[in-house]
Every structure is written in structure tokens, then in C-alpha cells.
Design a binder for this molecule. Structure first.
Ligand SMILES: Nc1ncnc2c1ncn2[C@@H]1O[C@H](COP(=O)(O)OP(=O)(O)O)[C@@H](O)[C@H]1O
Ligand SMILES: [Mg+2]
Length: 288
């Protein structure tokens, strides 16, 4: 399905302070599926581990990350690399980005360095969606992503304590509102990842999360699928590594849902507003 552009560039941060919940897998595959559906996509790899970069088949290059942009030594547009896939470009990551956590807090207006850099790209309207793969920490990089984003997409792993991953996200969103750093920030949606329908645990977690977040959760649930885990080592999004796979199909439907929500958000429905004021939920307890 191709949506006519006409919508302003949307910046979506993929965030959850827990590691290993599917942020990078979601960033890569959502980016690839959106691009395949005709959206012009920029994937911004903001995690020094650079897994999203290698996952779309792009080599890490010294000086080739967002770091020099954040510290004012380069233009964001000069860091953009085209991937081999139509409509999909990337701002790679590399180890330099670690330095940002130390250098940024000492700089003027350090929360808004990324926002400032993205503004010119947004104004040029050459991308429909900019997806930011956040690191699993709440340092300056993540804060910059929260300050720059229009909305947050939260992957939650179907595991014990899944809800812990979202408590810090909701707290940070509230902080962005309270300080005025990003008053419009909201959760675009929650995507449940690594769902295994054969286990009671996955079903229980899904039910619990639904109780707390109801329609914020995307209808699409990402299954646990070996091919999704294998694809990055081939430098390919699942769409190109395993086109007929269940994981690929799930991310393809997620991409359609994301576009629908972005369009709906232009006239925000009640749940988008509510999302911004969500209370921190209790973490799921272990159940024997
Ligand atoms: N749906 C899935 N099915 C199987 N493995 C997955 C799935 N999603 C992620 N993984 C694997 O789980 C690990 C953590 O995922 P990743 O996307 O890197 O998480 P994060 O970016 O949140 O740290 C990786 O090894 C990844 O390949
Ligand atoms: Mg990651």
C-alpha cells in the first residue's frame, strides 16, 4: 500500500531502556518494510553498537556517525548513506558515538543538538519517516532522540517484567512535557516482540500489557522467528533475507499500521493524548 506523501516528515524514536527487547530488529525491519511500501525512509542508528547499521548492509566508517553532527563538526546531510534498498537511507553508527554521552552534557543546548540537526532535513521534506534506533540507556543520546522525535514506538518483549521497559519511557515523555523540551511527544504505539503462541507466558504477558495499554498496542504481534535473528548477519532486512517468512509478514503489517497511525495522529484521537499522560505501570510479577 502506498500512501501519498503530503504528510510532514515524521520522526519516530524506537525506544525502551531495556536491552534485547527488539528495538534494533524493529528499527531495521520496519524501516525496510516502510521503504518497500513506497515511503522515503531514513534510519538513524543512534546506538554505538551499530547493529542497525550492519543490519542494513552498511559498513561502519570512522567519523561516519551522528557524533560529529551532535558536536557541531558536520552536517547531518553529509552523514547520510544510501543503502542498496530503494527508498532506504541510513545515518550509520560507529564507536565514536560513545563519546557523545560524555561530550554532549558539557555543550550548550545539549538536549536539542539532534533536533536542531534534524530540523533542516525535515524542512527539506525528502523523507516521509525518520526512524531512530535508540541505545538501551537513558543518556544524552536517548534524551536527544526524545527531544527530537514526534513520537515514540516502544517494542516490548513478551517476557517477565516486560512493562518495566515502558515505565522509563513514560517518565521521560512526562519530563519532556514538564520541561517544555518536547510538549507534543507521545507514544505512537507499543509493539509486542518475540511472541511465542505455544507458551502460556507469551499469552499472559500480552494480556497483561493489553490491560494496561489497550489500543496503544499495535494489532500486529512480532513472532519469535529464527530468521529475524539471522538476517542481520547477512546485512539484510528480513524482507530481503526471508521474504516469505512470518517475521517479515508481521513487520510488513506493522508498517501499514504505523502509517495509518501517523495519518490518524494528524488529527489526534483520544488514545494519543492519553498516552502522554499514562501513569507508570507496576512491573509484571513472576508467576510460577
Ligand atoms: N522476533 C524475534 N525473533 C527472534 N529473535 C529476535 C526477534 N527480535 C529480536 N531478536 C533477537 O533478539 C536479540 C535482541 O534483539 P535486538 O533487536 O538487538 O534488541 P535491542 O535493540 O532492544 O537490544 C537479537 O539477537 C535479535 O536478533
Ligand atoms: Mg539495539
Amino acid at each position: 500500500m502506498i500512501y501519498p506523501s503530503g504528510m510532514a516528515t515524521q520522526v519516530i524514536a524506537v525506544a525502551n531502556q531495556k536491552g534485547g527487547v527488539g528495538k534494533t530488529t524493529t528499527s531495521i525491519n520496519l524501516a525496510a518494510c516502510l521503504a518497500n511500501q513506497g515511503q522515503r525512509v531514513l534510519l538513524l542508528d543512534l546506538d554505538p553498537q551499530a547493529n542497525a547499521t550492519s543490519g542494513v548492509g552498511v559498513e561502519k566508517r570512522e567519523g561516519g556517525s551522528a557524533y560529529p553532527v551532535l558536536v557541531g563538526d558536520a552536517l547531518l546531510t553529509d552523514q547520510i548513506v544510501r543503502t542498496q534498498f530503494p527508498n532506504l537511507s541510513v545515518i550509520p553508527s560507529e564507536v565514536d558515538l560513545c563519546g557523545a554521552e560524555i561530550d554532549l552534557p558539557r555543550m550548550d543546548d545539549h538536549l536539542h543538538r539532534l533536533q536542531g540537526a534534524l530540523d533542516s532535513v525535515k524542512m527539506a521534506n525528502v523523507y516521509d519517516v525518520i526512524l531512530i534506533d535508540c541505545p538501551p540507556s537513558l543518556g544524552s543520546l536517548t534524551l536527544n532522540a526524545f527531544a527530537a522525535a514526534d513520537s515514540i514506538l516502544v517494542p516490548l518483549q513478551c517476557e517477565y517484567y516486560a512493562l518495566e521497559g515502558i515505565s522509563m519511557v513514560t517518565r521521560l515523555i512526562k519530563q519532556m512535557h514538564d520541561t517544555g523540551d518536547n510538549p507534543g511527544l507521545h507514544i505512537l504505539g507499543i509493539v509486542m516482540t518475540m511472541y511465542d503462541g505455544r507458551t502460556r507466558l507469551s499469552q499472559q504477558v500480552l494480556e497483561e500489557v493489553r490491560e494496561h495499554f489497550s489500543e496503544l498496542i499495535f494489532d500486529t504481534t512480532i513472532p519469535r522467528a529464527t530468521r529475524l535473528a539471522e538476517a542481520p548477519s547477512h546485512g539484510l532486512p528480513a524482507l530481503h533475507y526471508d521474504p516469505d517468512g512470518l517475521g517479515t509478514a508481521a513487520y510488513d503489517v506493522l508498517a501499514v499500521e504505523v502509517m495509518q497511525r501517523l495519518k490518524d495522529a494528524e488529527a489526534p484521537p483520544a488514545n494519543v493524548v492519553e498516552a502522554a499522560t499514562l501513569q507508570n505501570p507496576e512491573p509484571l510479577q513472576n508467576q510460577a
